[in-house]
Design a protein around this ligand. Structure first.
Ligand SMILES: Nc1ncnc2c1ncn2[C@@H]1O[C@H](COP(=O)(O)OP(=O)(O)OP(=O)(O)O)[C@@H](O)[C@H]1O
Length: 477
């Protein structure tokens, strides 16, 4: 790498108490370690962070810690606090713990009554994905915190005990303190659901003048992990923990979906429902950070949200899509009917409305993120946290063509080049449904399903003024 002195990349030092020669390949992110009769390599992608010590003693030796994660067979991980001296400076720089992480260590100076003020929370969503969150906390997060000076007495752990658990915790603990002006950080071990629950509580509640946005770190434990996959949090081997140690807080883009009064959120695999709108209100609001869709996408998310389908992980979406496109009873795939109006800005920044010229639809989805799953690039032009709402739409086209388009979405988002697909940046949209059967009026807001009332409507807009939450991400990493 130009500009680097050789000793930045190559050093003699020690690791785990043994003499070693280090050489660091900054392009590949690989530290090669040569001992007497052994060799080891450490990938940046497996390093949560490096903590650099002070120079000490007459020799001027520098002590360092590498917080290292190794994947064991199956879903388990091993954390190691590797003690080293005189690591190459370029390796330290590429993996250094963020100065912002220091704020997570409590100090008496910000205490209220001589004790420590706890403003770090860990939420373990044990229902996420395939249920790895508790194990990851016990075997990785807790020891990594300990190794970096964040002791158990200085943070509060909340383990979920129901699907309402995160919402209740945010309402009862985080929101009141944010309204008192306390700066809080939450490490969330969950899928998108935990973030969306947090966004919904914060956006739907009254916030005081003193409100201080909480910051969340995300350890991705879900099935789709759209947020983690779209912000780069899943780009390493630490499930996002590396970003929590090395990143900075960035505003989290969100949108509001407003529904006509008799719309209901479906619960318990569609067997139960609760109204979106409070009683007597003329509309109900929900908030999202990922996606709002209708037609094929919403139907496949809804149909596949059963205990039976969930066993198949993210495969469940493709299985449900197949059934919708080629129903096993031999019937034709459904054509979704409704009027769609897009809200866009003209060149002077004024909002204008554009009605789609077809009232028959196959797919309509608007999103703030690039990837709905690791390999499903639904919006290839979206950049991490860019705050742009983008729409993907196609009309009623044959199932074979739909399959082809969906397949291209798994090839880096090539579907947006198809003639049948329209793809652009918008401020929002409105759908007025023309569907007598409630099954085809199901709308997906970040995985939750709303059945819009008959002849009802939904309006989605990105939130340009309400900025209620930060997310800790290392966008340069
Ligand atoms: N202890 C629990 N009991 C019942 N439900 C829970 C519990 N913990 C979490 N849940 C629920 O499980 C669901 C998990 O959602 P989450 O988004 O975290 O994971 P996912 O759906 O697997 O991933 P993704 O949204 O990224 O695809 C949420 O609805 C959450 O409220």
């Amino acid at each position: 790498m130009p500009g680097l002195r050789n000793e930045d990349r190559r050093n003699d030092g020690t690791i785990r108490g043994k003499d070693a020669n280090f050489s660091y390949d900054a392009e590949e992110g690989i530290l090669s370690i040569k001992g007497d009769s052994w060799l080891e390599t450490i990938l940046d992608r497996s390093v949560i962070a490096v903590i650099d010590g002070e120079k000490g003693g007459e020799s001027g030796t520098k002590n360092q810690q590498i917080l290292l994660l190794s994947k064991l067979p199956g879903t388990r991980y091993k954390f190691e606090d590797v003690q080293a001296t005189d690591l190459p400076q370029s390796f330290i720089d590429a993996n250094a713990i963020s100065p912002h992480f220091e704020h997570l260590k409590p100090s008496r100076s910000n205490s209220r009554d001589g004790g420590y003020v706890r403003s770090l929370y860990v939420i373990i969503s044990i229902g996420s994905g395939t249920g790895e969150a508790q194990d990851f906390f016990d075997n990785v997060v807790k020891p990594a915190f300990g190794a970096s000076g964040v002791q158990p007495f200085s943070y509060y752990v909340h383990t979920t005990d129901s699907h309402k658990s995160i919402e209740r915790f945010i309402s009862a603990v985080i929101l009141p303190r944010a309204n008192e002006g306390v700066s809080q950080t939450i490490l969330l071990l969950s899928g998108d659901g935990g973030v969306v629950d947090t966004v919904n509580v914060l956006l739907s509640s009254k916030r005081s003048e003193q409100y201080v946005k909480p910051a969340i770190g995300l350890v991705s434990m879900g099935t789709g992990n759209a947020l983690a996959n779209s912000t780069g949090l899943n780009g390493d081997l630490t499930r996002g923990l590396r970003h929590f140690y090395r990143g900075k807080a960035h505003p989290m883009p969100t949108f509001t979906a407003t529904f006509s009064p008799d719309s209901e959120i479906l619960l318990d695999e569609g067997r139960a429902a609760e109204p979106v709108a409070p009683p007597a209100a003329d509309a109900g609001e929900m908030y999202g950070a990922v996606v709002c869709s209708w037609a094929l996408h919403a139907s496949l998310v809804a149909d596949s949200d059963t205990a039976e389908y969930r066993k198949f992980g993210s495969q469940r979406f493709q299985m449900a899509a197949k059934e919708l496109l080629s129903p096993s009873d031999g019937s034709a795939p459904h054509i979704y009917k409704g009027r769609i109006t897009l809200f866009k800005l003209d060149e002077n920044g004024h909002e204008m409305r554009q009605m789609l010229n077809t009232q028959e639809h196959g797919y309509i989805l608007t999103t703030l993120v690039s990837n709905l799953e690791e390999n499903l690039t639904i919006s290839p032009h979206s950049k991490p946290l860019d705050g742009q709402l983008r729409i993907v739409h196609f009309g009623a086209i044959p199932s074979e063509e739909v399959m082809k388009i969906l397949g291209l979405a798994f090839q880096g988002g090539a579907h947006v080049g198809c003639e049948a697909v329209s793809y652009e940046s918008i401020e929002g949209f409105r759908i007025e449904f023309d569907e007598p059967d409630g099954r085809w009026r199901r709308v997906c807001v970040d995985g939750r399903i709303v059945r819009v009332g008959e002849s009802g409507w939904v309006e989605v807009r990105k939130n340009t003024s309400a900025d209620v939450l930060d997310i800790v991400v290392d966008l340069e990493g």
